[in-house]
Write a protein that binds this ligand. Sequence first.
Ligand SMILES: [Zn+2]
Length: 247
Amino acid sequence: MRLHLSTWQEVETYLQTSKAILIPIGSTEQHGPNGLIGTDALCPEIIGGLAAESGLLMAPTFNIGVAQHHMEFPGSMTLRPSTFIATMVDWVDSLAKHGFTHFYWLNGHGGNIATINAGFAEIYASRSLDTGNGRTPIRCKLRNWWQGKETYEKCKALYGKAHGAHATPSEVAVTQFAYPDHIKTAPLSPEIAPSGGYTDARDYRARFPDGRIGSNPALATPEDGELLAKLAAKEVTADFERFAAEQ
Ligand SMILES: [Zn+2]
């Protein structure tokens, strides 16, 4: 069930049996020569969409992330961490107003993790400091789509050391499964991109000239993407149900 494809009456009915919602959260940023700029937002949306077939409610995708380090590549977009946190707070407050209490953030971008956790701290602080005690207690959870044991093991088995850290074959494969008309090919040299750290966008582009880090996304296939997306959706659904039952 998807929030933006539901009516208010359907959401009202859902709230009678569940107060939990899945929010895909990602980023709009370069993903190397054969990866779509939307990859990090598309992956949690695709996997969350499969999970939502079980009946859980999925929010619209929070699709601009913390991606300052990609800003030397055309098409990349970023929020400042402070804007990102403020936006998370407004999303949660909007949904909490209707009675949602459990917020399951399904993330697709490693660069969001620190700021999502800071967002949770801000959300909890605003409740802890509310002297009126008027706000319903809520719970937030961060889950990366690749984090499930079976999904993680499958990524390792499929790609080994060519998996890398950015523009990975697994995430490119998931988008190829969902968007077969948008599969891109490009020469990749070296085959496996360099690895390492970075600071700002200029530093990143100097170290990783084609945008990839440690990966060989030419290994991606839509067939593997289907397998990974369905595996991840199965693990996410079970994890969401456990979270929704937490008091
Ligand atoms: Zn990515």
